[in-house]
Ligand binder design. Structure first.
Ligand code: AHR
Length: 672
C-alpha cells in the first residue's frame, strides 16, 4: 500500500468499501485517516452563509417587526366585514366597525375604526387589541404607543392601558383633547410588573355614561417595545439578536413568492414601503395575510447593514402568482408592456444608491433619514422564474438586465431559472432553490464538485431539509414533513454545506429559508426559528448555520482524502482563517454510529489545546440516539451545541470521534 493510501483510509474502511460495492459507507469500528494539508485551494467568500427573507409565517408582521398590535391600521381588509376587525374586540358592549366612509388618517390609509357608544351604558366601555396572539408585558421596558383619533362630539378623556385578559392593569395613559380633526396622540407605558404570560391586551376605554351615544374614530395604532439597537420602527430584540447571532453574510429580500403578488397590482411595491408608516398602504401578501409594510425597503437595508450582510435585492420581474398550482394561470407582463416595471426597478435602485444631491430619488431617501447611499451589489431578477421559463428566457431577463445594466454597470445580476436554461445575456450568477429530503441533502453534498468552472457562480438562495420523504419533500406533516427542523435534517444540511464550502469558488452564497415562524399562524415548515408573542426557540438548523458561519475560514485547505461519497456518512471541509491563524475542520456525521477519525496535519498546531463545538444528542440523556428530534417551543433545549476544549498530545495529529448524527467544528491554532 502506498503511503498516500495508508494515510487515506484505515484497513477496516477499505474492507467495508469492498463489501458495499459502488457506495462505500463507514460503519463503526471503521476509522477514517484524514490529513489536513497546508495547500490553500481557494478563497472562501464572506457571502457564503446567510438568509432569505420574506413576510411568511408572520415572520415580519408579528415577528421580526417589533410592532405589537395586529391589524393596527386596518390595511388590506374589507371595511364593514367582521374580518376587518381581526385582532380587535369590543369591551362592555361597544359597537365597532371598520369604515372607509369617513376620511382616513392619510390617503394611504382610508380605513378607520368606528367606535360607537350605545345610548345606555354603565361603566367604562371600549375595545382591545389582542396583539399577535398575545402581548408580552415586561417590567423595565418602555413601550411607545400612539393612535390617531377624532370625534365630532367627544373630546376625552380616553384611557389606554396594557392589561391582562383577566383584568390586571400593568400600565395606563390618559389621552385628552380629541377634536373633529385627525390628531396623533403618543404616550408611553412603563409597567412595574411583568405579566406571567402573554395573555394581555392593548385596552382603550372611555367613561360610558359621559360618552353615551357618541362616536369616535381611530386610526393607525401602534405599540412598540424596545427594539434592536433602539432603532425606531425597528426589530423585536430576541429575534433580531438570534439572527445577528449567526453573523449572516447575505440577506436576500423581499421574497420569495411575497415579492410577486397574486396579481401585478398586488406585487411588493418598494415605493409603498418607504417614508412615514402612515404613507404605507400595506398589501395582502402572497402568504394570505395583510402586510403592514412597516418593515420596508429602508428598514431592510438598515438591517442588512446592522448585520454586516450583503443585501441581495430581488426585483419584480413581471410575473405574479394567481394560483400556485396552476402555472398557466400566472399573469405574465407581455414584452410590450414591460417598460414601466423596468423603470420602476431603476427608480428603486436609484433610491437606494444615488447621491442625495444629484437625484430625485436620492433626495427622497435623504428626506426619509438616510443621506448616504446604501451599498448595493447584487440584483436578483425575479424569484423562481424556472416556473415561467419561456417568457424569462424569451424577454423578461433580457429586458431587465439590459436596461438596468446600462444604467448601473457595476451591479451583478442573479438569474432565477433552471441552471440549464440558456439566457441572453448569459447569466453569470444563478439562484436555484433546494427544499428536499434528508437523503437528498446527503447525496447533494457533492453536486457542486462537478459544477462547470466556466465563470458562472451559484447562489443556493433558499434551502432546507424539509422531510424524511424522498418522493414528496414538500408534503404534509403526516407524510414526513418537519414541523420543526430535526437533528437528522440539520446534519444533512451540514453535509450539503460542507459541499458548498468546498466548492465556494463556484458557490458564492447561500440562504437558508424560510427564516421565521410564528407558531400561531404559519404557512410553511420547517423554519429556522419559531416563536410566539413571548418565547423563541432556535432550531437544530439554526445551530448548524451558526456553527458554519461563525467559524469562517478565509481559505480552503485541501484534505487527503477529499470528502467524497465514498466516505459517507462523514462529510467534511477544512479551512484556514488567515487573520486569526485558525484551522477549522467542519464535519457532519449523518450516520447512526459514532465514527472515529485519525486526524493528522501537514502543520504543527501552535497551541496544544484545540476546541470543538458539536451538535448531537446528549450522552447520558433520555434522548440519546434519537435523531428525528427537534427543539420545540415547549422543549427548546433538546439539542444545543456543546463546546469543549481538548489537549493535543502531539502537535501534528489527533484522534477525534464524531458522534452518531452530529455536526462538529474543530478549531486548531496553527501558524501557516
Ligand atoms: O420559502 C418559501 C417559498 O418557497 C418561497 O417564497 C419561494 O421562493 C419558494 O417556493
Amino acid at each position: 500500500m502506498s503511503r498516500r493510501a495508508a494515510v487515506v483510509l484505515g484497513a477496516a474502511v477499505l474492507a467495508s468499501w469492498g463489501l458495499l460495492g459502488t457506495q462505500a459507507v463507514l460503519t463503526a469500528p471503521d476509522v477514517l485517516n484524514l490529513r489536513i494539508t497546508t495547500n490553500m485551494t481557494g478563497v472562501i467568500p464572506s457571502t457564503l452563509y446567510g438568509y432569505m427573507w420574506e413576510d411568511i409565517n408572520h415572520s415580519g408582521d408579528g415577528g421580526l417587526y417589533a410592532e405589537l398590535l395586529q391589524n393596527r391600521a386596518f390595511q388590506g381588509v374589507l371595511p364593514g366585514t367582521q374580518n376587518a376587525l381581526n385582532a380587535w374586540q369590543p369591551y362592555n358592549g361597544a359597537r365597532l366597525s371598520v369604515t372607509n366612509k369617513v376620511e382616513g388618517v392619510t390617503s394611504a390609509l382610508p380605513n378607520s375604526l368606528q367606535f360607537t357608544i350605545p345610548k345606555i351604558v354603565f361603566g367604562p366601555i371600549g375595545f382591545e387589541n389582542t396583539g399577535y396572539w398575545g402581548i408580552k408585558v415586561q417590567a423595565g421596558w418602555t413601550y411607545n404607543a400612539s393612535f390617531y383619533a377624532k370625534s365630532d362630539t367627544f373630546t376625552g378623556p380616553i384611557t389606554a392601558s396594557l392589561k391582562s385578559t383577566t383584568g390586571t392593569t400593568y400600565a395606563t395613559a390618559t389621552i385628552k383633547d380629541i377634536s373633529s380633526d385627525w390628531k396623533q396622540f403618543t404616550f408611553t407605558f412603563e409597567p412595574n410588573t411583568s405579566a406571567p404570560d402573554t395573555n394581555n391586551v392593548f385596552h382603550v376605554e372611555v367613561n360610558g355614561p359621559e360618552a353615551a351615544g357618541q362616536t369616535i374614530h381611530f386610526g393607525m395604532f401602534s405599540l412598540f417595545p424596545p427594539t434592536y439597537l433602539g432603532r425606531p420602527n425597528g426589530m423585536r430584540v430576541d429575534l433580531a439578536e438570534a439572527l445577528a447571532g449567526t453573523n449572516p453574510g447575505v440577506w436576500r429580500f423581499p421574497g420569495g413568492n411575497n415579492l410577486e403578488g397574486a396579481s401585478w397590482a398586488m406585487r411588493w411595491k418598494w415605493n409603498e414601503t418607504i417614508g412615514p408608516i402612515e404613507n404605507r398602504p400595506g398589501r395582502v401578501g402572497d402568504w394570505g395575510y395583510p402586510n403592514t409594510d412597516g418593515l420596508g425597503l429602508m428598514e431592510y437595508l438598515n438591517w442588512a447593514e446592522d448585520l454586516g450582510a450583503e443585501p441581495i435585492l430581488g426585483i419584480w420581474s413581471g410575473i405574479s402568482i394567481q394560483n400556485y398550482s396552476d402555472y398557466s394561470s400566472w399573469p405574465i407582463v407581455p414584452e410590450a408592456d414591460l417598460q414601466p416595471y423596468i423603470d420602476d426597478a431603476i427608480n428603486e435602485i436609484e433610491f437606494i444608491t444615488a447621491p442625495a444631491n444629484s437625484s430625485e430619488w436620492g433626495a427622497l431617501r435623504a428626506k426619509y433619514g438616510r443621506e448616504e447611499p446604501y451599498q448595493l451589489k447584487y440584483i436578483e431578477v425575479g424569484n423562481e422564474d424556472q416556473f415561467q421559463p419561456e417568457s424569462y428566457a424569451g424577454y423578461r431577463w433580457n429586458a431587465f438586465v439590459t436596461a438596468i445594466g446600462e444604467r448601473f454597470p457595476d451591479l451583478e445580476f442573479i438569474a432565477t431559472t433552471y441552471p440549464s436554461t440558456a439566457l441572453n445575456p448569459p447569466y453569470m450568477k444563478i439562484d436555484y432553490h433546494q427544499y428536499e429530503s434528508i437523503s437528498w441533502f446527503e447525496n447533494a453534498a457533492f453536486m457542486f464538485d462537478n459544477y462547470p468552472r466556466n465563470g458562472t457562480q451559484y447562489f443556493v438562495g433558499e434551502y432546507a431539509a424539509t422531510s424524511t420523504n424522498d418522493s414528496v419533500p414538500l408534503g404534509t406533516i403526516a407524510s414526513g414533513r418537519f414541523l420543526y427542523p430535526t437533528l437528522a435534517g440539520a446534519a444533512s444540511e451540514a453535509a450539503f454545506m460542507t459541499g458548498m464550502e468546498r466548492n465556494s469558488d463556484v458557490v458564492f452564497a447561500s440562504a437558508y429559508a424560510p427564516s421565521l415562524q410564528h407558531i400561531r399562524n404559519y404557512q410553511w415548515t420547517p423554519d429556522i426559528m419559531t416563536y410566539d408573542a413571548g418565547r423563541l426557540v432556535l432550531s437544530t438548523s439554526y445551530y448548524v448555520q451558526q456553527m458554519f458561519s461563525l467559524n469562517r475560514g478565509t481559505h480552503l485547505l485541501a484534505t487527503s482524502p477529499a470528502s467524497t461519497n465514498d466516505s459517507a456518512p462523514l462529510y467534511w471541509v477544512a479551512s484556514h482563517n488567515n487573520e486569526t491563524n485558525t484551522v477549522f475542520l467542519k464535519v457532519a456525521n449523518t450516520g447512526p454510529d459514532d465514527l472515529t477519525a485519525y486526524l493528522s496535519f501537514d502543520f504543527n498546531v501552535s497551541s496544544l489545546f484545540g476546541t470543538a463545538v458539536s451538535l448531537s444528542t446528549p450522552t447520558l440523556s433520555p434522548i440519546t440516539g434519537m435523531f428525528n428530534i427537534s427543539n420545540t417551543l415547549d422543549e427548546p433545549e433538546n439539542i444545543i451545541p456543546v463546546s469543549s476544549a481538548f489537549a493535543i498530545p502531539y502537535p501534528d495529529r489527533y484522534n477525534y470521534t464524531f458522534p452518531a448524527t452530529s455536526v462538529t467544528v474543530i478549531a486548531l491554532e496553527a501558524n501557516m
